[in-house]
Design a protein around this ligand. Sequence first.
Ligand SMILES: [Zn+2]
Length: 430
Amino acid sequence: MPTETEALDNPASKIICRLCGSADLAGFVDLGATPPCELFLTAEALEAPEPTFPLHPRVCRSCLLVQLPPLIDPDETFTEYAYFSSFSTSWVEHARRFVTAATERAGLTSDSLVVEAASNDGYLLQHVVADGMRAVGVEPSANVGAAAREKGVPTITAFLSPETGAAVRAEHGPAALVVANNVYAHIPDVVGFTQGLRAMVADDGWVSIEVQHLLTLMRHRQFDTIYHEHFQYYTVGTAQKALRSGGLELVDVELVPTHGGSIRCWARPTELGAGPSQAVADVLAEEAAAGLETVEGHAGFAGEVSRIRNDLVRFLIEAADAGKVVAGYGAPGKGNTLLNYCGIRPDLLAYTVDRNPYKHGRYTPGTRIPIHPPERIDADRPDYVLVLPWNLREEITAQLAHVADWGGKLVYPIPSLQVVEPGSGKVVDP
Ligand SMILES: [Zn+2]
């Protein structure tokens, strides 16, 4: 059987499933070819070629893992990774609550070791250190890991693999708790990464993984959360199989609201013989009822996604024909999946605004829409503001209450196009 990389080197050969090795994969949703969603362009870069990569996740007919071929090298994405988790105060608070709950569940004491894979700038492990426990972070991005060490969180610069996992255990001992939050989708070698988790955790320890839930993604049509850095999209059923591939058994699951709907999986070494909780059985039953135990159950999603595109493009064309001005709000990475898939360029959306100064004066990748500071909207008084970060709907609807002063309306394209009143959020169309 060819390896995944060999299969990609030879496009004529089939893509193979990274979890079970099957060469029998079906299309899930074809979003065309787009640039990496975080590569915002400078004015000079507008004159240069811009590489694009297919954005076409498949579903494995054998194990049902929904996955993207690894066309983007995580080494390149992570080495210069500029995202510091601690910039978000709500995220740091989420991490603090997690540490409190995990301490109770795993029975952690002052001599317990907690290891986190992809520990970022220590946003989570700083709470472990503050509670007087031992902490070790494994973080691939050198500059982000350095920020963690400055906070007093011991951090190794490495990608987690079976070898680095074994090295961490040899140096620091077995971990009572291993955490891997918001990374399990970002690793192309899911089996090797899981073996790395198993290598680090004590034989009676716990592993906790937080990752976006495919069931929620599909229910709420969050297709814009599909981008090249997300290599796989898990149900509880496929997460269970992925964990088993590395010697871990899923024993409990919690549904958490992060990233529009995530699962927090609790796993333990397989040889402990711990069975799944009622919560695992309940979510598996919910996924089965939604059809996600079959390839056919994944089939309707592509049609729902193209309906969102049709509704949004129709709205923008009709607004342009009626002489209305539409501006964007936000320039998140996921907005670029939406804009590229829908083919929305500055003729349909003159500009967008964002609070991040790094993006000001830059352009959205692929669609080349200019990004301005938020004050631009107040000066221009557009008729409609198309909001791209739907996950912050309540917050942004309230923040943009003043758009009502000049009779402007807000437009949310996902899960289906809605025009709402700024401030109240009352739906006025349809
Ligand atoms: Zn498979």
